[in-house]
Write a protein that binds this ligand. Sequence first.
Ligand code: DMJ
Length: 802
Amino acid sequence: MTAKTTASFAPGHRLMLTFLVALCILVACVLSTETNMPTQNMSNKERAELREEARDMFYHAYHAYMENAYPADELMPLSCKGRYRGVTPSRGDMDDILGNFSMTLVDTLDTLVLLGDFTEFEHAVKLVIRDVQFDSDIIVSVFETNIRMVGGLLSAHILAEYLQKHADTMHWYKGELLEMSRELGYRLLPAFNTSTGIPHARVNLRLGMKDPMLKKSRETCTACAGTILLEFAALSRLTGDPIFEVRAHAAMDALWKLRHRGSDLMGTVLNVHSGDWVRRDSGVGAGIDSYYEYLFKSYVLLGDDKYLARFNRHYNAVMKYVSEGPMLLDVLMHRPHAKSKNFMDSLLAFWPGLQVLSGDLKPAVQTHEMLYQVMQMHTFIPEAFTVDFQIHWGQHPLRPEFIESTYFLYRATGDHHYLQVGKRALKTLQQHAKVSCGYAAVNDVRTGKHEDRMDSFVLSETIKYLFLLFSDPQDLIINVDEFVFTTEAHLLPLSIAQLGNATFSFRQSDEHNVLDFMRTCPSSNKLFPEKVRKPLRNFITGSCPRTTAGKRLSALDFQASNADHLRAVYDMGITMVSVGDRSQGKVRLFHSFYNAKSHEEGEMGLQFMQEMLELTKMQSINQLAQLQAVAYATDEKAQDWVALMAGPSHFSPELIGDQFVEGDVMLAQPLRACDETLENAAEAKGKILVAERGDCTFVSKARLAQKVGAVALIVCDNVPGSSGETQPMFAMSGDGKDDVLIPVVFMYSVEFGKLTAVMQRRKQQPLGVRVMQMVEFKRWQLAKAQRQNQTVAATQKPDKEL
Ligand code: DMJ
């Protein structure tokens, strides 16, 4: 008898068609751009004019800040005054960036040096030494404080010493900025006292983790924990105190251990105590972006091969699972063929720049081109856009990432196309973001409405990269090729590696297969010796021979639409049989040794089947457990119920087992529910509130719903036509705090449309709904049906049997 193993699965390729259509549209766009807009060479004169325009932009914003906002952290460009933590009305968690430590000035110091303005730099350094202090009872973001403040202070310290040496100036300077960064570093250290070594997301500058508000702190994002090493290594090496670097390496090591061993991908949110993943979405944008950046740049700055090896492992995984042509779409780290989002966020625009640095030029060019199309379509790149390039979230806070990538692409290729792209970005800022008091963020790219916000990165990154793009090396006082740009575009010199002592001498890593990458073609080690950031003109991608010989196809990699995979599976003795309605794509797998091409392949087939079973189990458990239901009775006697599919949130209590919340549904007024309160707040008590996605975070809508006494919140999508039937459900993420005590669920537009249709039909009567787990709803319905059957059976049974 043949031993047979069977497994069923439904390949999660429902989005494939959408992607293909989107790709076709994109290719068409790119082609039309290429034919209609041949790249024009930019004359030296025009380039110099643009450089001066970038300089003027800097001073316009800088003077607006210094004259109207300093010593505040940020300038509010519409009200033309400073934003102070605890004084200016709070914007919620966004304000964790602010520590009342003159952030914009600190963040901007090194740009002054790049502009060659030593007089203003000296003046600004004096102001920082005189005015900035850190002993405040304020909770700040560890990540933001590190990249903007510690990075800003360190870079300014390095440049101050550089100017002492090379420009015969600032002789009074005695390392005060370095001392300040050391003090700030110490104030961040309590956040690293966790069982995993992965730092908390927030810390109180004065009280460390002893602030009662931080008692329940446990969630952080991958980027938040993984974007510390460059600054902390520089801090240790410059001060001689190893603690910073030791802690940052430990955090990186702990993160690395959390990667999915099958896919090599990382999630975006995790628990710092248990190391459990809270969000398993895996992409290259929000929540994870600079973790990848710091793996690669840590190798460049510190010369430790293990970081290159780790970067390469992740990079290969990203290119295999996340990259879809020029697009980068989140997948689930444990189910990497399943897309977890149908939109991309603007933060991923840094990725082509990182690809340039790591030598993979071709996909960098492609993704950058895609982003350029998005920018041309919507004036600015919106915070999030769908796979067919529609706006998902229309805000644009004048972020630098796209210009940063444009700069690196220009340096790598010398192609004037990138100068033209930069020109367009510059003119767009001038036309649509410039106000009399600085540059204002765009609240919605569709309307062009401004926001009273100018983030410090506008000066420290956006305008800096524009200035650099239009500058020739001889225009700059320093040779930028001798520096690494941190994620906040602060300059750390490559020479820092030489400051390492025995504590930091790196062993050749054995566990991370450095040798594997030396054998690859092109060899990572050959491509990136010391001058890793030199232009990579001769780099040719796609010319390496590919071989899969001897490598078993794993269930994780298997794609039902791939003919090679189908053949490999067949050779392993696996037969695929469609079950049920073909359109559902359900397939059952049968394995038999007799059908395998060889005994060896039969063994492989068995392993494949076991993996598939595991994956199927994990997928269905995850999906079912997470899916929420918004159920309502379809008749007056509440006999028949239907449930609409909804998604959970990471920040609200889970409804488990037979728990549910019941109430009448009420639409928030205004529907976006982003203001301080609601117009219909008085009626909200005890209701299940509905708010539309957009304008503010999910969690701030939840807090407002809770404040007005709602018992639950349903957030409905703002993308017309979206549906849980055609796209993957996701869990809404929060900000690491757990102060939301009411259940919050997400509903796509089609499901929401059904709900509103019922509400309208019952105009006179409020619609009562139950929010519960979908699996529980199903169980409930089943039990009800069984009870009914029993009753029917009982009434039909002959008397004597009763
Ligand atoms: C900056 O603070 C940094 O570049 C960070 O890594 C990501 N976000 C902002 C700019 O968008």
